[in-house]
Design a protein around this ligand. Structure first.
Ligand SMILES: Nc1ncnc2c1ncn2[C@@H]1O[C@H](COP(=O)(O)OP(=O)(O)OP(=O)(O)O)[C@@H](O)[C@H]1O
Ligand SMILES: O=C(O)[C@H](O)COP(=O)(O)O
Length: 401
């Protein structure tokens, strides 16, 4: 992996103003409570390390998609108490990320203080990576640390632009994430198996095309498997299926063959007539899906085949569940494969890397997430990285190192 600077390269930072880009885009309930603080927990080590070293730690973050103007329920003030709780440290808050409010708050900081600035996306210049806005942000810092891998697919002022104005470093989470991903696909131990599931092929075409060139076996599950099965002339009944993508599916299979990548499709499925928990269901071979039924999970023979591939693999990358895991009993295949991958990892036989919002939820549901080698909190950034795309927030750290 090309080099970038990390906090290990940052010495003598007492009293320095360090602008730290974090991802605080956390889910909140209707009552304003943060329902999953994982992203805050992931950036805590960087923030606390800088604070302990005596820096003035100034946090930059986005929250939601306010489109360049202040929106009350996208104010970062709403998550100050969750950040306090995770850090075990009372942070300061300024109601703007540039201008007099920010400047005054920063002028009042003592060494080791932590200040959260208001949502950077309240300014149009953030998403446009506008030079004037970036300069205004840069004036408030001496050093830039990016710890927001999950926002690194955005070329925004606070994720990309700032690195051109200030000495730039990767934070601990960014560093850990990049090292884990490098193990997953950059320079992985072979054989490498990828599991790609989820609802639709259309959202993951680039991903599938990149993976068939880089992995030894690609397991396709979930709703997207139906499109591949239908493309082989098999009737999938009422299953979720993008019939218009049959050519794309066939092209991906041909590319896989040319690259010596095995495509592993379901050979049986769990079918039901209703998409609801506890719906009457049966297991059928893939060429026997009733015309009035839909496949909501892959069947036991398919799970056995997936688990065999997991057993053979040295590296596993996973995005997307094998079935409609949110509604029992259609979670069985995802749970079984996740547990097997977790056990193989725990036994030291597998490096397992997973990412994607629903994937993380599925692994948590299976009780397997803690035993995976790495579970990324990134959604879009993880996918773009798996697609082999350049992430502007990462590239700039390498370019400027
Ligand atoms: N056979 C199926 N039929 C219909 N829906 C399915 C099927 N299998 C999986 N799904 C649905 O796919 C969805 C998850 O797919 P998705 O591609 O969004 O995963 P992800 O990439 O981990 O998540 P995110 O897009 O949030 O990062 C789930 O809601 C699940 O119910
Ligand atoms: O939630 C995410 O995946 C990141 O915070 C990026 O958010 P965005 O998709 O609104 O840029």
């Amino acid at each position: 992996m090309p080099a970038f600077k990390t906090l290990d390269d940052l010495t003598d930072i007492a009293a320095k103003r360090v602008l730290v880009r974090v991802d605080l885009n956390v889910p909140v309930a209707a009552d304003g409570k943060v329902t999953d603080a994982t992203r805050i927990e992931r950036v805590a080590p960087t923030i606390l390390e800088l604070s302990k070293k005596g820096a003035k730690v100034i946090l930059l973050a986005h929250f939601g998609r306010p489109k360049g103007e202040p929106v009350a329920d996208m104010s970062l003030s709403l998550i100050v108490s969750a950040v306090n709780q995770v850090l075990g440290h009372k942070i300061l808050f300024a109601s703007d990320c540039i201008g007099p409010e920010a400047e005054q708050a920063i002028a009042g900081m003592k060494n080791g203080d932590i200040l959260l600035l208001e949502n950077t996306r309240f300014h149009k210049g953030e998403e446009k990576n506008d030079p004037g806005f970036t300069e205004a942000l840069a004036r408030n810092g001496d050093i830039f640390v990016n710890d927001a891998f999950s926002a690194a697919h955005r070329a925004h002022a606070s994720t990309e632009g700032l690195a051109h104005h200030l000495p730039a470093y990767a934070g601990r989470t960014m560093q850990e994430e990049l090292e884990a991903l490098e193990k997953g696909l950059g320079n992985p131990a072979r054989p490498v198996v990828a599991i790609v599931g989820g609802a639709k092929v259309s959202t993951k075409i680039d991903l599938l095309q990149n993976l068939v060139k880089r992995v030894d076996a690609l397991v396709i599950g979930g709703g997207m498997a139906n499109t591949f099965i239908a493309a082989q002339g098999i009737d999938v009944g009422k299953s979720l299926c993008e019939h218009d993508l049959a050519d794309t599916a066939r092209k991906i299979m041909a590319e896989a063959e040319a690259s010596n990548c095995a495509i592993v499709l379901p050979v049986d499925g769990v079918v039901a007539r209703e998409f609801k928990a506890g719906a009457a269901n049966e297991v059928v071979d893939i060429d026997k899906i009733p015309a009035d039924a839909m496949m909501l999970d892959v069947g036991p023979k398919s799970v056995a085949a997936v688990n065999e591939w997991i057993s053979k693999a040295s590296t596993l990358v996973w995005n997307g569940p094998l079935g409609a895991f949110e509604i029992a009993p259609f979670d069985k295949a995802t749970v079984a494969a996740a547990k097997h991958a977790a056990a193989q990892t725990k036994a030291g036989k597998l490096t397992s890397v997973a990412g994607g919002g629903d994937t993380v939820a599925a692994l948590n549901h299976a009780g397997a997430a803690d035993d995976f080698s790495y579970v990324s909190t990134a959604g879009g950034a993880f996918l773009e990285w798996m697609e082999g795309k350049d992430l502007p927030g990462v590239s700039v750290l390498i370019k400027t190192a």
